[in-house]
Ligand binder design. Structure first.
Ligand code: BTN
Length: 255
């Protein structure tokens, strides 16, 4: 393992709302730092040296943002847990809406956007069969475009949207209970309620996507999600195609 990906030594931990929270100044990735921790552990870092995004993309994690991972139990590894990445998206969306950002929305599978710019992203890793590491990156006071100028018109921070955003540590205290709530809903097998919320979080519209490992481009209208969290798209002939997050490499909204 390259030294930049090495897991840091154990930090002092503190209890927060039923979670055991480990805080570091810098790690490679909080998801990796949380990989071997038991359920109901969380890891937060001020900076990630090698923040990981979906589909193997890098995630800029400069100082001032909220970068954390929460370890959630997924006993039995049964169907409802397939919805965990989407449930995490809903947890983040409802928390940022509580801050007054009523225009925040979801883009499948779990990006949080304001207008066309990304406020938060989620990466769920399975390092063991009975737990999932839910990694959440929320732009708060940081400056993603300083690290990657291409992000200037793609990323947005809470500080661009609110006069006085809460500090990342307060946002964590809002997000961890929201995650626990959504986890409880899946545990109770109430996928239907989650899917209703998700329909509300998405703005229906036209999307164009590139399928993983192929050059096939598929365009269609957003029709919702099924019980597995797959994207349902209505193609030009009216047929509905169901796509899992792993099947989709790039998704672009057509305005
Ligand atoms: C994406 O939208 O591509 C997902 C981004 C996920 C970023 C978060 S930041 C905390 C956690 N640690 C990581 O390395 N990635 C996730």
């Amino acid at each position: 393992m390259p030294s930049s990906l090495a897991v840091p030594p154990p930090s002092a931990a503190r209890a927060l709302d039923g979670w055991t929270l480990h805080e570091w100044d810098e790690v490679s990735s909080t998801n990796l730092a949380a990989a071997a921790l038991p359920p109901w552990s969380a890891v937060r870092a001020e900076v990630q040296r090698a923040g990981r995004g979906r589909q193997g993309r890098p995630w800029v994690s400069d100082r001032g943002g909220l970068w954390f991972s929460a370890v959630l139990p997924t006993p039995g590894n049964t169907a409802p847990w397939a919805l965990l990445p989407l449930a995490a998206g809903w947890a983040v969306l409802s928390a940022v809406r509580e801050l007054g950002l009523s225009t925040a929305r979801l883009r499948w599978p779990n990006d949080i956007l304001v207008d066309r710019r990304k406020l938060a992203g989620i990466l769920v890793d399975k390092f063991s069969s009975d737990a999932a590491v839910v990694g959440i990156g929320l732009n708060v006071f940081n400056h993603p475009a300083a690290a990657d100028p291409a992000l200037a018109d793609q990323a947005i921070c809470l500080a661009d949207l609110l006069p006085a955003p809460p500090p990342p540590s307060d946002l964590l205290a809002l997000l961890l209970p929201a995650l626990a709530r959504e986890h409880q809903r899946l545990e109770a097998d109430d996928a239907a309620a989650l899917c209703r919320c998700l329909q509300d979080g998405w703005r229906p519209g036209r999307v164009q996507l590139t399928l993983t490992g192929s050059r096939e481009i598929f365009a269609g209208f957003f029709e919702g999600v099924d019980a597995l969290g797959h994207l349902l798209l209505r193609g030009p002939t009216g047929t509905i195609r169901s796509l899992s997050p792993h099947q989709v490499d790039l998704l672009r909204e057509i305005f």
